[in-house]
Design a binder for this molecule. Sequence first.
Ligand SMILES: NC(=O)c1ccc[n+]([C@@H]2O[C@H](COP(=O)([O-])OP(=O)(O)OC[C@H]3O[C@@H](n4cnc5c(N)ncnc54)[C@H](O)[C@@H]3O)[C@@H](O)[C@H]2O)c1
Length: 316
Amino acid sequence: MADVAVIGAGTMGHALALVFALGGHRVRLTDNNPATLDRAPRLMQAALASLVEAGEADRSWTAERLQRAVTCVAEAEETVRGADLVIEAIIEQPEVKRRLFAGLDPVMRPDAILASNTSYLDPFPLMPEHRLPRAIIAHWYTPPYLVDLVDIVPNPKTDPAVVEQVRGMIAAMGKKPIVFKQIVPGYVANRIQAAIGLEVYRLLDEGLVTPREIDDSVIHGLALRWPVLGVLAKADFTGLALLQDALRHRTYEPPPLRDNCDTLDRLIAEGRTGVAAGAGFFDWGGRSPEELYRERDRKLLALKKAMRAVGSMEPS
Ligand SMILES: NC(=O)c1ccc[n+]([C@@H]2O[C@H](COP(=O)([O-])OP(=O)(O)OC[C@H]3O[C@@H](n4cnc5c(N)ncnc54)[C@H](O)[C@@H]3O)[C@@H](O)[C@H]2O)c1
C-alpha cells in the first residue's frame, strides 16, 4: 500500500483518486477550487456504485470505506507531505504546472515519485531538475476507472527502477500500462483519435453525412473488430497488398490539418456543448448528465466484461 497524493480533482483527478483507492492505496486529493473538491466525493461515489453493480468492485466497497480511503485536503502542500507517489492532474497550462511543481518541491519527500497526467505537454522541463530521476508521465484515459490503457513515459534521467515501480503498481490494479522509451507527442491512442477527428470534422463540414451516419459507421462497422484485432492485426486479416493498393489508388486525399471545424464552432455558439448542456451533436433531451454518465458506464462495463470473456487475437 502506498500513500498517493492526487493534485487536481477535476475530470481526471477525482477518478484517479478512486482508481488508486480501489487499488488498495491510501489517497489524498486536493484542488485549488473548493467547489471542485467539494463535488469530488459525490462523483467518486456515483462511479463506485456503477463499478460495484457491475461486479468490477467488491461489495465491501461501501461509501464509508471510500470515504476512509480518499481524504480530501484543501492545501496541496498538506496533500503531498509524506506521499510516496504524487500525481499531477491539474489544468493543461505549462506555467501553472511549473508553479505547482516548484511550490510542492520543498514539502515533497525527496524520494517521492512525481507523475504527470499531461495530455500534450512535455512536463519534465517544468519540474525542478533534481526531481527528474523520480519523475515520469503516467497518462490515463477518461474515465480511468473504466479505460485500462495508461501511457507511461520516462524522461532521459528517470531511474529505470521508478519506471518499473510505476508500471508494476498500475498493472497490479488490473490496468494496461504501455511504457514508451521517450515522449511520443500525443501518445498513440490520442494521435489515432486526433486523426479520426480530422476526418470526422471534414465529413461534417462537407455536409456529405449526418452525425448519426458517422457514429453508426463507427459503432456498426469499425468498432466491432477493434477489441479483438486492434488496427494492425486487422490489417493482417485484410491482407497487406490490399492496403498498399488502397493507398496508391485512393479516390480522396487525407484531411488537411486544421485549427477549427465550422460545425463544431456553430454548435458551441448555439450553446450545444455536449452532454453537460443537454445537447451537442445529438439531443440528450431532458436527461441529467449524471443519468447519462451512469448509463454510459453501465454499458461500457458490460462491454468490458464481454471483451474479457472473448479476449483478443494473440499473434504467436
Ligand atoms: N480530460 C481528459 O480526458 C484527460 C485525459 C487524460 C489526461 N488529461 C490531463 O489531465 C490533466 C487534468 O485534466 P482534466 O480534464 O481533469 O482537467 P479539469 O479542468 O477537469 O481539472 C483540472 C483541475 O485542476 C485544478 N487546478 C488548477 N490549478 C491547480 C493548482 N495549482 N492546484 C490544485 N488544483 C489546481 C482546477 O481547479 C481543476 O479542477 C491535464 O493535464 C489533462 O491534459 C485529461
